[in-house]
Design a protein around this ligand. Structure first.
Ligand code: FAD
Length: 499
């Protein structure tokens, strides 16, 4: 990595070097080359937190396999597929921007960060088989998912993913498959985009620099960033600040004293994976296989058996197992983070949430105290012949779910992603983590639209956005756009070497 570079009084400060800041910085600079942008990252090295390859599942969430996005059958037996259509379209925007970045030479070697891996949903028991059949009927009727396959045939499932079938009892099973799924190393794509940004005129990327001060100053912000190695504090000003600090965002929002953040709290959920690198097992599985949520598990703890491609090596990953933690960041977090986030303005909401979610808290404590044998029981639901000695347990990233007041209610644990923008639009922050990295380009486009409206205002500006994201502003869901959508999708996939 290049040495940390610091610039004076930039237009934009991005806090954090994960996938959100990386996409936002690269898109902004592409849309307005005159912008001066500074990135501060607390860790040594970039994108070492949630976006790092081992800290998330690397699923390019496109709604194909994740059963939690499709509610149960309606009274007429159909399944509402609106949300998966939304997520598919949003992920497609990420693919298009990264394809543009490759095609225009901003970044290289897409196989370092994205690889084709089929996405499967897998269920067992007759009620779930009926649900999956109805979900497939709803989804394959739309051109986004028209090549999705459904089967209850064991031989076919065994061909798709042999580990799912070997040694299984006679309970009915079913699966769907789409070959156009992906495995993404969000950390690598972040580092590539930030390396490009750091080489641009008027831009600086400084790792090892923790933001320790954020104060309103005229129309913009005064920012202090501490060099972790030397203790030196770099003070600067910027017109716009993006808090893309992942789990660290809530504490920074509180530091900035944004009235919009009053009452907000955070609830950290840790994660763990089982990992297998035995070549004779890894070579038998080439898929991301998602199942149904177990018991009281929150949606982000739905287990899946995944092929991962990290640093050119294939591995199998199973989980996540949720875990109780009070840290907001995996690497740079502190056990006091949760306590420090409790303020007078969010105390009541947090207490009410805790009271209203005792089952979830019990679930997290129980998950954290599981033995290897307990974890293997869950793995056997997917891979009946799995042996404990082939798997090791590692830590995953931490998700800090936003907790907010709702009208008249005690509050909710918000599992989605939340963009918070100050009234004068000089600061935006991102809270929450699902579906997260996959839809990051769509999320940062919303931030740009709100705080840099001039970049969308003219016909020329719109044309420039369409160079970066060709489907931008067009409704690709409409059946009459199916052919154009397929053409643009193919072009992006070719650039990313996915076909
Ligand atoms: C277990 C797990 C599985 C997941 N699986 C998937 C998946 O399969 N697909 C998917 O799309 N998404 C997945 N996600 C979500 C995804 O990882 C996140 O949405 C995404 O990585 C968030 O990116 P970010 O840039 O907001 O945050 P991060 O990548 O966490 O980056 C934030 C950065 O800010 C830095 N920072 C914090 N405080 C400061 C400070 N004061 N000063 C300077 N820097 C600071 C941190 O060090 C960090 O590098 C998963 C998440 C988890 C935890």
């Amino acid at each position: 990595m290049n040495p940390a570079t610091l610039i004076e009084n930039p237009d934009v400060v991005l806090i954090g070097s994960g996938i959100m800041s990386a996409n936002l910085g690269a898109l902004l600079k592409r849309l307005d080359p005159s912008l001066r942008i500074q990135v501060y990252e607390a860790t040594t090295g970039l994108a070492q937190e949630s976006s790092h390859g081992w800290n998330n599942a690397g699923t390019g969430h496109a709604g194909i396999c994740e059963l939690s996005y499709t509610p149960k059958c309606e009274s007429d037996g159909s399944v509402n597929v609106q949300k998966v259509i939304d997520i598919f379209e949003q992920f497609e925007q990420s693919l298009q921007f990264w394809a543009h970045a490759v095609a225009s030479g901003m970044i290289d070697q897409p196989q370092d960060f994205i690889n084709p891996v089929p996405h499967l949903s897998f269920v067992h028991g007759q009620p779930q088989v009926d649900f999956l059949r109805a979900r497939h009927a709803g989804m394959s009727a739309h051109h986004f998912f028209q090549d999705m396959e459904f089967t209850t045939d064991r031989t076919t499932i065994s061909r798709w993913a042999p580990l799912l079938v070997a040694g299984r009892d006679q309970t009915p099973i079913a699966a769907t498959k789409m070959d156009r799924g992906t495995d993404v190393n969000f950390g690598t794509v972040s580092r590539k985009l930030l390396a490009w940004l750091g080489q641009q005129e008027g831009c600086g990327v400084a790792d090892g620099h923790r933001v320790v001060g954020l104060t309103k100053s005229g129309p913009g912000w005064a920012i202090c960033a501490k060099n972790i190695a030397t203790g030196h504090v770099h003070a600067t000003r910027a017109k716009f600040v993006f808090i893309g600090a992942g789990g660290g965002s809530l504490l920074l929002l509180q530091m900035a004293g944004l009235p919009e953040a009053k009452g907000l709290g955070g609830f950290p959920i840790g994660g763990q994976w089982l990992v297998c690198d035995k070549p004779e097992i890894v070579s038998q599985h080439q898929a991301k296989v998602y199942g149904q949520a177990l018991d009281t598990a929150p949606t982000m703890a739905v287990p899946h058996l995944d092929t991962r491609v990290l640093d050119g090596k294939k591995t199998l990953l199973f989980g996540p197992f949720a875990a109780w933690t009070t840290k907001f960041l995996h690497r740079e977090g502190s056990w006091t983070d949760l306590l420090r986030s409790v303020k007078l303005h969010n105390l009541t909401t947090l207490l009410k949430i805790a009271w209203g979610n005792l089952d979830l808290i019990k679930y997290l404590v129980q998950q954290g105290t599981q033995s290897m044998a307990d974890r293997m029981k869950v793995l056997h639901i997917f891979y009946p012949a799995a042996q404990a000695q082939d798997w090791k347990l590692i830590d995953a990233g931490i998700r800090v779910q936003a907790i907010k007041r709702t009208d008249g209610e005690a509050g909710i644990v918000h599992y989605g992603t939340e963009i918070l923008t100050s009234a004068d639009r000089s600061m935006s922050a991102l809270l929450g983590a699902s579906p997260g990295a996959s839809v990051s380009v769509n999320i940062v486009l919303d931030i740009i639209k709100t705080s840099f409206p001039h970049l969308f205002a003219t016909e020329n500006a719109r044309l420039r956005i369409k160079e970066l994201i060709p489907t931008y502003g067009e409704n690709m869901r409409l059946p009459e756009n199916a052919a154009r959508f397929r053409e643009l999708q193919l072009r992006a996939r070719q650039a990313l070497q996915l076909v």
